[in-house]
Design a protein around this ligand. Sequence first.
Ligand SMILES: O=C(CO)[C@H](O)[C@H](O)COP(=O)(O)O
Length: 226
Amino acid sequence: MESKKIAGERAVDYVRDGMIVGLGTGSTVYWTLSRLGEKIKQGLSIQAVATSVQTESLAKEFGIALIPFSKVESIDLTIDGADEVDPEWNLVKGGGGALLREKIVADASKRLIIVADESKLVRHLGKFPLPVEVVKFGFEWTMRRLSGLGCSVKPRLSGDNPFVTDNGNFIVDCSFESIVRPRELHREINDIPGVIDNGLFIDRASRVIVGCQDGTVKELNSGKAK
Ligand SMILES: O=C(CO)[C@H](O)[C@H](O)COP(=O)(O)O
């Protein structure tokens, strides 16, 4: 928990007065939101776009001014978490089910800072099941097509019911043993009818901030993205 906190908080050092900031989703970003709230009390002035209903309500709690995404031309900086980060900074995201809005907001952002604890750094993506957002209609068929890509598939549940995203869709978690060619896999998955998007984020991170168990924070800044 402490390593998530120090990573999440550190990212706030990159936020400047007047910025439009994208707010990711998850337990690491929670600490970003809480630190942003403190800085706002001390006079920082920003506007923010949330990537989930959960983040929207936390932002309100922390006194962060939100604007609708539809009113935004571009976002200066987005801070978000990840489930896995490989040495090329390809990411798996969507553990919290917010991958679609997270990807749209990341796409509109000049910079994407990823905050994570050390356990998220992996040699190859794939240990964490890859979340795929699919439409409800025909999702059983879409799952069959996904399993044809060589993974085992599980519809995500919330208790006994299917998990429903903020966009009204389902999530299918796809377990590949190892994702060797993430770029190709990203395209293959999104080519399947019924798939809306998947949790692979390729060449999107501009910086990765990692909280370590010994209390230090590592900042990696050699990615290929904008
Ligand atoms: O992609 C996400 C939500 O859709 C999260 O950023 C990801 O699951 C990491 O979450 P956490 O910081 O709680 O470990």
